[in-house]
Design a protein. Structure first.
Length: 275
């Protein structure tokens, strides 16, 4: 898998609200300055000026640009060429050709339409793509639907299929995968459960839309001391054993050892990111 990571909690911030940039960067692992959906058409020029004038840490900043099919896309990219920001999130990525005009950037490709989700393997294979992300609400809207979730808050089957497909496409190409946002800001328990599932499923990070969500996501990604101790113990035992072995009543084989390695790697990544 790719080593690309900006930490577990990625916080969207409207690009036309520069007074929030620093606060967003302080609250989350990384900030996503959003030039697309969070900004009204009449305010996009001002948003580009705000991004150009900002001085956030480029290693912890992603700029979401408008779809490649729009006139704003070219304006976004021209502005970014004169900044230190070199990681962009391409909204509504739908084909490998969408990435060709972004060769100077590392790209998080946001697959959030039916076409984009189905083309996720080809998109992930592009050399400048470092990660894939999926988007539930835009996807369902592109299908003619009205909601990605059922009345109990769980994803509808089509959204779950898209989530899994994007994750598998990213992993098959050796790229990172980012989980979508949880839009019910007040439901922190639901967010925590979904973030824990993202960790267990293999998503390297999860996006959020409110500062209160960032620590919940970071906590879900942070292995407990018990998990770290267990991972270290079985890896130490593996060094003394050959092949499959039993440890504390469990059969330990190759996949379990990789799980342990990933637990320790996640812990190290979170420590490095200061989360």
């Amino acid at each position: 898998m790719t080593s690309f990571t900006m930490g577990p909690a990625l916080l969207f911030c409207p690009a036309d609200r520069p007074e929030r940039f620093g606060k967003a960067a302080d609250r989350a692992s990384a900030v996503i300055l959003d030039l697309e959906d969070a900004v009204a058409p009449a305010d996009k020029a001002a948003a580009r000026q705000a991004v150009a004038a900002s001085r956030l840490d480029p290693r912890r900043t992603i700029v979401r640009v408008n779809p490649a099919s729009t006139a704003d896309f070219a304006l976004d990219i021209e502005m970014l060429k004169h900044t230190a920001y070199r990681t962009v999130m391409l909204a509504k990525a739908e084909a490998a050709a969408d990435l060709w005009r972004l060769s100077a950037f590392s790209v998080v490709a946001l697959c959030e339409t039916a076409v984009g989700v189905l083309n996720a393997p080809a998109i992930a294979a592009e050399p400048n793509v470092v990660a894939l992300m999926w988007g539930a609400e835009d996807l369902v809207a592109s299908l003619g639907g009205s909601s990605s979730r059922t009345d109990n808050g769980s994803y509808r089957q089509v959204a779950l299929h898209a989530r899994s497909h994007v994750l598998l496409s990213a992993a098959a190409a050796g790229k990172a995968a980012m989980d979508s946002v949880y839009i019910d800001i007040a439901d922190l328990d639901g967010l925590a459960a979904e973030a824990r599932d993202a960790v267990a499923s293999g998503f390297g990070s999860k996006a959020c839309i409110h500062p209160s969500q960032a620590p919940i996501i970071s906590a879900a990604y942070r292995p407990s001391s018990e998990e770290i101790d267990y991972a270290r113990s079985i890896l130490a035992e593996a060094a003394r054993s050959s092949g499959v072995f039993q440890y504390r009543g469990r059969m330990i084989d190759g996949p379990i050892l990789r799980h342990a390695e990933q637990t320790l790697a996640r812990s190290n990544d979170i420590l490095a990111a200061g989360n």
